[in-house]
Design a protein around this ligand. Structure first.
Ligand SMILES: [Zn+2]
Length: 150
């Protein structure tokens, strides 16, 4: 072990929150926004960041006019088998119509609706397959505005 475990034996035992690192040498730079439009009007965006070392991408949801309230220290985590996506609800309007999620190739996404109910959404090939919801992949739409008024 290379840790200096003899140093500071009286150091506080309170663990500091670990900052998530995508790799050993993170070099994260801003890549692009993806704008979310309703009736050609931008109502929010997804900010996309990328690590130049491991090429992993990170996304942050921004609702127009609302300060970011993210409680994640560092960059939000994403697993190797997940992709950043936006779920669009056909049942909601305005800012409640979309939400940043992590999509898997297949399986069930536990999706929290605006009225705080958790519903099961089926994923197929990184896309939501559902009568009332659809989705798109963030990285397929860099520098674009995606119209979600469906
Ligand atoms: Zn990295």
């Amino acid at each position: 072990m290379s840790e200096n475990s003899n140093d500071n034996p009286t150091e506080s035992k309170v663990p500091t929150p670990k900052i998530y690192k995508c790799c050993d040498n993170p070099q994260i730079t801003y890549l692009s926004p993806v704008n979310i439009n309703v009736d050609e009007k931008t109502i929010g965006s997804v900010d996309v960041w990328r690590c130049a070392s491991c090429m992993k991408s990170f996304c942050e949801e921004k609702q127009l006019g609302i300060d970011s309230i993210t409680d994640i220290v560092g960059m939000p985590r994403i697993a190797d088998d997940e992709k950043w996506g936006v779920v669009i609800s056909k049942l909601q309007k305005g800012k409640d119509k979309w939400k940043l999620v992590k999509l898997k190739q297949s399986g069930i996404l536990k999706f929290e609706t605006v009225d705080e109910q958790v519903i099961d959404l089926k994923m197929e090939n990184y896309k939501i397959v559902d009568d009332f919801h659809t989705s798109f992949l963030v990285l397929d739409n860099l520098h674009k505005a995606v119209e979600i008024s469906i």
